[in-house]
Design a protein around this ligand. Sequence first.
Ligand code: 6GU
Length: 229
Amino acid sequence: MKVEVITLFPGFFEGVFGQSILRRAQEAGALEPCIHDLREFTTDRHGQADDYRYGGGPGMLLRPEPLFGAFERILSKAESRPLVIYPTPQGEPFTQAAADELARQRHLVFLCGHYKGVDQRVVERWVDREYSIGDYVLTGGETAVAVMVDAAVRLIPGVLGDADSARSDSFRSGGLDGPHYTRPDVTRGLRVPGVLVSGHHRNIERWRRATARYLTRRRRPDLIDNKSG
Ligand code: 6GU
């Protein structure tokens, strides 16, 4: 999957793509990131990427011309139309189903807004999906892009090994995942629940389902309410 990002802060993505599973995905040929520095597409002498809003008020907007320039460059090199995503607190909620859709694409382009966002004409001309990652305000789209790319790339077949398989995720099953334990069976006087070391696989399954359902009911009843629960 080719993942292009248009941003004023290209350095942010060095860490994001340089570690762990996103790095392994590149080594495996499953992910090809390309970060575009919006500053390089500015057209005025001062390299100004943002400006005041028409109508007044505090907060700056990303100007349309550098963004149009970046999209035109990206599209001129693309074999087919990529899916263009704009992270914004005004977007639809980004969910596991949305991550599934992104994971099926060959080519994604993310547009990182800053300050008050971007000129609406750019959204209307280029953007296919607007997503929010939660009900809080971030300073820019970069952290949200890191979240969305992580959620999508781990679903590409072959990216995760069996040890961190996506099949048993929280949300795949419609609810939260329960607690897990590893060795040793006692530490600082704290014991692993007896059923897990009993070797009784039906009881272990039953305990895992019960603890997961209990946690979901307590913390995320919204995930159960419409189902038989
Ligand atoms: Cl996608 N962007 C920004 N700037 N803030 C957010 C967000 C996105 N999702 C929640 N808050």
